[in-house]
Design a protein around this ligand. Structure first.
Ligand SMILES: [Zn+2]
Length: 387
C-alpha cells in the first residue's frame, strides 16, 4: 500500500491542501506591506480598508438598485406593449373575418350577375329564333352587353330593363368591392402598427436582456465585495481579539486591591466628564470607561504606580498607555496626543505618562480613562474622584 492509498495519509493530504488554500486566501486578503507592520498600523490599515470596501459596496448596491428599477420599468412597458399587440391581433382577426364576409358577398353578387346574364343570353337566343337572322344573329355572339345595346333599336327595348338590372347589380358589386378594399386597407394599417409594436418589443426585450446581464454582473460584484468586507471584518475582529489578548498578557491577576495610599485623579485641573461609564460616547453605547474633556496637550498622570505598556495609533484607542499595578489592577489612558513613557517602563503615581489628544476613535480632545480589575471593566468613579 502506497502513501496515497492509505486512508489516514490521504485524509492528511486533503487537510494539508485545504490549509494551504486557506493560507493563500489569507495572504491575498491581508496584503500586508513589506516592512514589519505594527499592531497599530494593522488596525489603522484594516479600518481604512473596511471603510473603502463598505463605500464600494454601497456604490455597487446603488447601481444594482438603479438597474433593477430600470428593469422593472421596462418590464411594465413590455406588459403594456404585449397588451397593445394582443388588441391589434384581435382587431386584425376581426378585419380578416369582415374581409372574408365581404368577399363572400362579392362572390354572391357576381353569381347573381352571371345568372342574370345567362337568362339574358337565353332571351337573346329566343329572339334570334323568332326574328330569324339579321342583326340578331350577328349580335347574339357579341361579347359585351353595351355593344349589343348600341347596335339595334329593336333590341334596345327588349334589353333596356335587363341592362338597368345588370348595371345596378354591377354597381352593387363595385360598392361591395370598394368596401372590401377599405377593410383591406384598415387591416394593412393594423398590421403596420403591429409590426412597429413588435419592433419596439424586440428592442425592449434586448434592453431587458442587457440589463439582466448588467444586474447579474452587479450581483456577482456585490457578492465578491461582500466577501472582501466579510474577510476584512473577520480580520478586524481578529485584531480586536489580539488587542484584548495584549491587555490580558500584560495584566496581573489577584485580589484587585491597592496597597498604597489610594488612587489619583488622572487629569489634574480637569473635571468635565463628557461620557460616563455605561453611557453612549457617540460611537457605541455601554461605554467601558469615563471620558474627561480637556484641551489638547494637557498632561495625563498615572492614577496608580505600576508598569506601563503602550500602543501607538490603535484604531480605537489611538495612542494609549495601560498600567498594570499588580494584584489584577489595570488602568488604561487612551486617545493621547503622544506618550510620555515607553513600553515596559515602570511609572510612579502622579507621573506624567502622556498628553491629551484626539487620536483613534475619538471626536474631540479628551482622556478615555478605563479601570479593569482582573480584566473586567469597572466604573472608574468607584475608584477615582476629582480633587
Ligand atoms: Zn471613552
Amino acid at each position: 500500500m502506497t502513501m496515497n492509498e492509505h486512508p489516514v495519509a490521504r485524509r492528511l493530504l486533503q487537510v494539508l491542501a485545504l490549509l494551504l488554500a486557506l493560507a493563500s486566501l489569507l495572504v491575498a486578503v491581508s496584503a500586508a506591506p513589506a516592512h514589519a507592520e505594527t499592531a497599530a498600523e494593522k488596525y489603522e490599515r484594516l479600518r481604512k480598508e473596511l471603510e473603502a470596501q463598505n463605500q464600494q459596496l454601497e456604490s455597487i448596491e446603488k447601481d444594482l438598485k438603479n438597474a433593477k428599477n430600470t428593469r422593472s420599468a421596462l418590464q411594465q412597458q413590455q406588459t403594456i406593449l404585449k397588451e397593445q399587440i394582443n388588441t391589434l391581433v384581435a382587431a386584425i382577426n376581426e378585419a380578416n373575418l369582415a374581409i372574408q364576409e365581404k368577399q363572400a358577398e362579392v362572390d354572391a353578387q357576381q353569381a347573381a350577375i352571371d345568372e342574370r346574364w345567362d337568362e339574358f343570353q337565353m332571351q337573346m337566343q329566343a329572339m334570334q329564333v323568332m326574328h330569324d337572322g339579321g342583326a340578331v344573329a350577328m349580335l347574339s355572339s357579341a361579347q359585351s352587353l353595351y355593344e349589343l345595346l348600341t347596335f339595334s333599336d329593336s333590341l334596345q327595348q327588349v334589353s333596356e330593363k335587363q341592362n338597368q338590372v345588370l348595371e345596378d347589380m354591377q354597381a352593387a358589386k363595385a360598392e361591395l368591392e370598394s368596401r372590401k378594399a377599405e377593410l383591406e386597407e384598415q387591416k394593412a394599417n393594423l398590421e403596420t402598427a403591429q409590426a412597429e409594436l413588435e419592433t419596439k418589443q424586440g428592442q425592449l426585450s434586448s434592453n431587458i436582456q442587457q440589463l439582466d446581464s448588467t444586474i447579474s454582473k452587479a450581483e456577482a460584484d456585490k457578492q465578491a465585495q461582500q466577501d472582501v468586507v466579510d474577510a476584512t471584518e473577520a480580520a478586524f475582529e481578529q485584531a480586536e481579539r489580539e488587542y484584548e489578548q495584549w491587555i490580558k498578557e500584560n495584566s496581573s491577576s489577584g485580589s484587585g486591591h491597592i496597597s498604597d495610599a489610594g488612587w489619583m485623579w488622572p487629569l489634574p485641573g480637569q473635571s468635565r466628564i463628557t461620557t460616563y461609564f455605561g453611557g453612549n460616547n457617540g460611537f457605541y453605547s455601554g461605554h467601558g470607561a469615563i471620558d474627561v474633556a480637556a484641551p489638547k496637550g494637557t498632561p495625563i498622570v498615572a492614577a496608580l504606580s505600576g508598569v506601563a505598556y503602550t500602543q501607538s495609533l490603535h484604531w480605537t484607542y489611538g495612542n494609549m498607555v495601560m498600567i498594570d499595578s499588580g494584584d489584577g489592577v489595570v488602568t488604561i489612558y487612551a486617545h493621547m496626543d503622544s506618550h510620555a513613557v515607553s513600553n515596559g517602563q515602570a511609572v510612579v503615581q502622579g507621573q506624567t505618562i502622556g498628553y491629551v489628544g484626539n487620536t483613534g476613535r475619538s471626536s474631540g480632545y479628551h482622556l478615555h480613562f478605563e479601570v479593569r480589575i482582573n480584566n473586567v471593566k469597572q466604573n472608574p468613579l468607584n475608584y477615582v474622584s476629582y480633587s
